[in-house]
Design a binder for this molecule. Structure first.
Ligand SMILES: C[S@@+](CC[C@H](N)C(=O)[O-])C[C@H]1O[C@@H](n2cnc3c(N)ncnc32)[C@H](O)[C@@H]1O
Length: 477
């Protein structure tokens, strides 16, 4: 090694520590000094790319890495770094290719194998991801992030038992790791094994884990078991630890501890539905979910010409995994657009190849940002995450063609007080009264074609009642 390299390495190491510690301004000043003294090197490019990524300048990091790899194409560390940057830039295929090259060059590196595994999860190659991540875990059994990634690959590949076992083993190796604890509880919540989820949450508490998300999830599990008083206690603990966490806040609000919010926060919904996407349809079938069929029947009742002539376009708000597209697949639809804020739910919908366009967006933001007009808009089982509906209905009205029709479902609020319009339930869903639905429709400039009561699904043996609402934008207004 040259004298220069000897001098540079400790400096670069120091620089790396500053980047990891978030001291970005200091790191940038030191980087300028190192570069002016010693010129470019693969190590310097690597640390500069890390700095750029931490500064949120991913595109600049990628350009820098492309240039550095042109001069050092066999650098495993640069390839691995570009894989990471490509992952951040939503290019999982590019990331997988770079990570695979890096593993070939440096097969002993567990971090690179784990990176390859994570990028393979993103491109849906779960069995390959399991193989890579299992090796990484074998090499570093106490690395919690490797375990979490392995459990994700196993669960997405359909083996939630193995995912749960991987996390349980990880907790034995690293009992203080809160991310492993929450991941383990989430696996059980997603497979609706609430007693197991609650037991994991209790075990975490008993082992001294103090974490807002763990307590929030424990509260959610207890609430799902009907233990509302205990759940409320947990929510309060969670709120003290993470007063700004949107997931915790929504559940705490639902428990009645905080004043009601008029809709569920997007971050909460993304957490819930991204985690739920792979099991969503199996779960809905087990609940006897009837909404898509009821919406189809209502549509055909009010627009019978759909059956023969189809429609130019249809907008499916909160399309999820695309069940509305499936039940309408025999109707000719010029352009079927789905909008959802969960990327994972949209991935599932994309797999069905029914939608012409799938948009990753929040419903109100999407409606406010488009000038397209639709003859038909659907919102199936999504307004149960909205309390007040006025803003969404006004935005939809403006995006309906004159005479265009909106069909949506909501749960009905049982035992409503005379002044009540909607209420947030303990499991984080809102229910509405028929009077409110009629009032808000009219106030939003829509004509009421139907507010029909029906059973939407079952919880245990109990039917969950709701409304299928059909509204029309007046022809002349
Ligand atoms: C219960 S699922 C229903 C999915 C589908 N409509 C169906 O009936 O099968 C609710 C979906 O709405 C999405 N969602 C909820 N609130 C949303 C919002 N404000 N903006 C966009 N999507 C939303 C969720 O991500 C989820 O995919």
């Amino acid at each position: 090694m040259t004298q220069t390299a000897d001098r540079v390495s400790p400096l670069l190491r120091r620089l790396g520590e500053m980047v990891d510690g978030g001291r970005l301004a200091g790191a940038r000043a030191l980087l300028a000094a190192v570069k002016s003294q010693n010129g470019a090197s693969a190590d310097a490019a690597d640390v500069e790319a890390r700095l750029l990524m931490r500064e949120g300048r991913n595109a600049d990091a990628l350009s820098l890495l492309d240039a550095a790899l042109a001069s050092a194409p066999a650098s495993a560390c640069l390839l691995a770094r570009r894989a990471e940057a490509r992952m951040q830039g939503s290019d999982p295929w590019g990331a997988a290719a770079d990570a695979a090259d890096a593993v070939i060059i440096d097969p002993a590196c567990a971090v690179t194998k784990a990176l390859l595994g994570v990028s393979l999860i993103e491109v849906g190659r779960y069995a390959d991801a399991v193989a890579c991540l299992s090796e990484a875990v074998r090499q570093q059994p106490t690395h919690a992030a490797f375990r979490s990634a392995l459990s994700t690959a196993l669960e997405r590949g359909g083996d939630s038992d193995a995912a749960a076992a991987t996390l349980a083993d990880g907790i034995r190796h690293v009992p203080a790791d809160t991310a492993l604890r929450t991941a383990a509880i989430m696996v059980e919540m997603r497979r609706r094994n609430f007693p197991a989820a609650a037991a994991l949450g209790e075990a975490a508490r008993n082992d001294g884990v103090v974490d807002a998300c763990t307590f929030g999830l424990l509260g959610h599990a207890l609430s799902s078991l009907g233990e509302h008083a205990l759940a409320t206690e947990m929510y309060c603990e969670a709120l003290k630890l993470g007063p700004e966490d949107p997931y915790v806040r929504h559940l705490v609000t639902a428990s009645g501890v905080l004043p009601e919010a008029s809709r569920a926060p997007s971050e909460y919904l993304e957490t819930v539905f991204d985690g739920y996407a792979a099991r969503f349809e199996a779960h809905l079938i087990s609940l006897g979910y009837r909404v898509p069929g009821l919406i189809r029947a209502a549509l055909l009742r009010h627009l019978p010409e759909l059956q023969t002539r189809g429609t130019q376009a249809l907008l499916d708000l909160g399309c999820g995994t695309g069940l509305i597209g499936v039940v309408l697949s025999d109707i000719t639809i010029g352009q079927l657009t789905g909008v959802d804020l969960s990327a994972r739910m949209l991935d599932e919908a994309a797999g069905k190849r029914i939608y012409g366009d799938l948009v990753h967006a929040e419903i109100e933001a999407y409606l406010a940002g488009t000038d397209a007009l639709w003859p038909v808009v659907i919102a199936a089982d999504v307004f149960c995450y909205f309390g007040a509906l006025g803003k969404a209905l006004r935005l939809i009205r403006d995006r309906l063609e004159p005479g265009g029709v909106l069909v949506f479902s909501v749960e009905s609020l049982q035992d409503a007080a005379p002044t009540e319009s909607w209420r947030l339930g303990r499991l984080g869903r809102y229910a509405h009264t028929a009077n409110y639905l009629r009032d808000v429709a009219v106030a939003s400039g829509l004509e009421i074609l139907a507010v029909q009561e029906d059973v939407l699904r079952f919880e245990g043996e109990a039917p969950v009642d709701g409304f299928i609402v059909v509204l029309r934008r007046p022809y002349h207004a």
